[in-house]
Design a protein around this ligand. Sequence first.
Ligand code: PLP
Length: 460
Amino acid sequence: MDGRLHGDQSLRAHDRDHHLHGQTDLRRHGEDGPVVMVTEGDGVRFTTDDGRRLIDGFSGLGCVSLGYHNDRLAEAAKRQMDKLPFAPTFYGRSHPKVAELAERLTSMAAVPMDRALFQCSGSEANDSMIKFLWYRNIARGQPERRKIVSRWRGYYGNTVAAVSASGQPHMHAKFGLPLPGFLKLSTPNYYLGHEEGESEEEFSNRMAREFEDLLLAEGPETIAAFFAEPMQSGGGAIRPPQGYWQAMQAVIRRYDIHFHVDEVVCGFGRTGHLWGAEAFGLQPDSTSCAKALTAAFFPMSALMIKEDFYRDMLRNADEVGVLGHGFTYAGHPVGAAVALEALQIYEDIDLIGHVRRVSARFLERCEALAEHPLVADVRGIGLFCGFQLMADKRARRPFAPGLKVGVRVQDAAHDRGLYLRSIPPDRLSFMPPLIIEEDEIDEAADILEQALDAVWQEIR
Ligand SMILES: Cc1ncc(COP(=O)(O)O)c(C=O)c1O
């Protein structure tokens, strides 16, 4: 480890005084500086400036699929930087890597897709989709079809339209958001949301009725799309209950609603399938992906649409000319080269096969924690698991918010060498890098158990 950086207080002070952080308590940061300074990483672990090595149980932000070091990705980036570090994709210009990636990615989609638009973030991909829905609906003579339906606790990004689709109240508060016409349904958290005696299927059917009621109240002809993650991530790793997607998709089909599936977290193996859509049997009309597209070695996202959608867009194009939308770094050559290499690595190492193998151990260890007195509900798939912490699991009585039980478990795990994330109210999301091995899963699960024990001792 670099001794110069070890606990370097001046860098912490620079960050405290000059770096504006998103998704951060600004007052606390301005007083205390960074919670952690990550200096380097290797495999599933990263190192902090105070010399600690932690297992990353949150894959950075659900993105570091191949861990923190990969020679092939680094070399692919270097090769591309040496050859062609930038080329625009505006004005019909292109370059070999992005053309190759567009063909490769669309041919891999869960259901056939024809065109890919590349951007730098999941937010931009989803925001672009909302604009394209509006653009397409104007083109096909349905300009009133503008409303976006999504679910509370959904996370589609932070740009103005994507955040309006997101169901995270703290991301709307004080921004004057969401925009009008962004409608929300309940989150499919069976444990918290079911009525006494209601089975998973009955709960799922009730969720679908809520969807149908909303469509009928608003008028299906005013709905541009339903946006959903196969399994909600930013909401706290919420795996939908039995029958949920079947019931929801029956409504989607009945009213011919465009179904946009956000694969930003679920895509590329997280669920033990290439796509979350495959894991849950979804039939998307369009898809966004990011994060593991480049294993997070380069910021890149993609939006994929089908040919019929594209043909409708052409009608406007014939009238207006240029598609009035685009970002400077769209289809960046280095991002495209890194993405192509990441996709090849996934194939070469059979990443999906690996996730399927080790996820048996992962889920077994996670589900065993359901017996812990702090843990009320555990649901996961692949290497993606959510925990609900409750004061009384039978009566579904939450902890007093002031106790900050989720944050305490997160911090206790952190102190013992595992990074994972607490999401209010008292949910934990555990999603390690996809290359994690069984012994590392055991180590991480042992730490999580010790952290739960420690907090239980404090508050019992
Ligand atoms: C499911 C999902 N969609 C979209 C986004 C937004 O992606 P980005 O942060 O790259 O804009 C995120 C971010 O975590 C996400 O989890």
